[in-house]
Design a protein. Structure first.
Length: 345
């Protein structure tokens, strides 16, 4: 800088190379000379100089590294514990003074949540942890963004390139077993875990009646619907016979029929005849462990008239018998009383 007039000032511009990261301190010496007025006989006068200490920090930007760009939650059942997965993030930046790496996520598919690690120094790693909500059934698909920034305490954050991550997985829908009457006689009712089949009333010896019972997998057929299987168990029941199928692989909306229930009145005394049948269902899908569904009970009843009284009279029958015996006893006493009166006459 030359010839600075009296009362004037000028800036001295300093610069520092940014090729190397680190903290730097330098001394700048400033020399001052008073320039003699032109044409005078005076000489230039060297004035006292000044020393200025200059410091600077050069930060190396963080460099984001990610262990992968896909997340697969696998196959899980609706309502089960949320599956988790993770990707490793590394700050690959280097230098004597390096920014930390900050991580966040955005635009994740429905049902997917994430937690990011805290700031990572140079060479440090952390995990982005993902979790899947299993409330809603379906195929998990789509992509989300993992976002990065380079951060230090003295400068504004530097936005780094985001990385796209693809998500996949399946949340299955449990099979839903429902019993129904496919064909035959009787009044069928109920739902949930308890059903009733009333065959009606028959005269003893009139032969046998039948009902074909069916089992429905009452969910829509889809790529994530589980298959229904199972078998029947039955309690004792006079006059009844039942041949139930053992089956598996029943897709959503499909049904299994041909489970034949027969009631034969031959040789039966008058009375009410009951039987219980239980369906024990299993829901299955791919490599998942089979899931035992709750038992479903079918209560069957039929009435028989004629052919005498059944082995163990009902309470109402006992009452009718006692009343009958009382009536007979009264009639006998009256007859005896009437006889004595006539003899006395």
């Amino acid at each position: 800088m030359a010839n600075l007039a009296a009362g004037s000032n000028a800036a001295i511009t300093l610069s520092h190379l940014t090729t190397t990261a680190g903290s730097f301190a330098d001394t700048v010496n400033i020399g001052n000379t008073s320039i003699a007025v032109g044409g005078s006989t005076l000489s230039n006068l060297v004035l006292g100089g000044q020393s200025v200490v200059v410091t600077s920090n050069v930060y190396a930007a963080a460099i984001a590294g990610l262990s992968g760009n896909t997340v697969n939650f696998g196959t899980v059942r609706q309502g089960s514990a949320s599956p988790s997965a993770s990707l490793v993030v590394t700050n690959n930046g280097s230098g004597a003074l390096t920014d930390s790496l900050t991580t966040s996520t955005s635009a994740l598919p429905t049902g997917v949540t994430a937690s990011a690690p805290g700031p990572l120094g140079a060479g440090q790693s952390g995990s982005v942890n993902f979790s899947l909500n299993t409330t809603n059934v379906g195929i998990v698909s789509g992509s989300g963004s993992i976002d990065f920034a380079s951060h230090n305490s003295q400068m504004s954050d530097l936005t780094l390139t985001s990385q796209s991550t693809a998500f996949s997985g399946t949340i299955t829908e449990l099979a839903n077993a429902q019993i129904f009457k496919s064909s035959g006689i009787g009044t069928f009712s109920g739902g949930g875990s308890v059903y009733t089949l009333d065959f009606g009333t028959f005269v003893t010896g009139t032969g046998s009646v039948n009902a074909d019972l069916g089992v429905l997998n009452a969910i829509p057929s889809s790529a994530f619907s589980e298959f229904l299987g199972g078998s029947f168990s039955q309690g004792a029941g006079t006059g009844y016979s039942f041949a139930g199928n053992v089956f598996s692989g029943l897709a959503g909306g499909a049904q299994n029929i041909g489970n034949l229930l027969t009631f034969d009145t031959t040789g039966l005394a008058a009375g009410i005849y009951n039987k219980s049948i239980t369906f024990n269902g299993i829901s299955s899908f791919g490599n998942l462990s089979d899931f035992n569904l709750g038992p479903i009970t079918l209560n069957v009843t039929a009435s028989v008239t004629g052919g005498g009284v059944s082995g163990v009279p009902e309470p109402a029958t006992w009452m009718m018998l006692l009343l009958g015996f009382g009536f007979i006893g009264t009639s006998i006493r009256r007859n005896k009383g009437a006889g004595l009166s006539r003899l006395a006459a």
